[in-house]
Ligand binder design. Sequence first.
Ligand SMILES: [Zn+2]
Length: 216
Amino acid sequence: MPQKETIIVFGAHSDDFVIGAGGTIAQYTQEKKKVLCIVFSYGEKSHVWLQQKIIKKVREKEAIKAGKILRCRVRFFDLREGHFAEDFEKQGLEQELLKLLEKEKPTKLFIHSFEDPHPDHKACHRMVLQLLEALQNQQRPELYTYSVWNPVSFKTQCPALYVNVTKTFSKKLKALQAFRSQRLHIVYPFFLLLFRAVINGWKIRTLFAERFFRIR
Ligand SMILES: [Zn+2]
């Protein structure tokens, strides 16, 4: 039997893959593709009212629950916020992720946009580029960026990929509700996602769509 097409989504924090590509992930898994989400950090520092250890458990549980809704697998790494590059090297993640890429042979990778102002998102972007540079003896996957804190892209001149998520947009919203500890509904207004999905949908004449830019 031929191997299922595999897609990997990289995100700095536990909720980024859902905000950036949740509808697309659900759409791909519905098309029987395999989607794996890599979360680089538990983001334990950003929390004021829970202890670090508990936060890690909570974040992992929430992300796995969201992953179940979108039907993707979620894997965590333990990079400290603000120290991504340093910990990436210290923990030998490059080798580990290279092995993963060699095993899974993904056709597409999704990462944060370089226009995203969050420093950890930027670091995540750079780390995956570096990873691809190190990837040898294998065809390089297509590389796409998604948006979290950069709702509008001014500088991106790269070709856009629009994915029709009309059938799966409700799953994205449901998956976002799994992140209760993040108080996402306060931090990240859902109407913004809705607005963006409608605008992107209009571009390809569907109700809802997600847009990505192909940078490689
Ligand atoms: Zn994030």
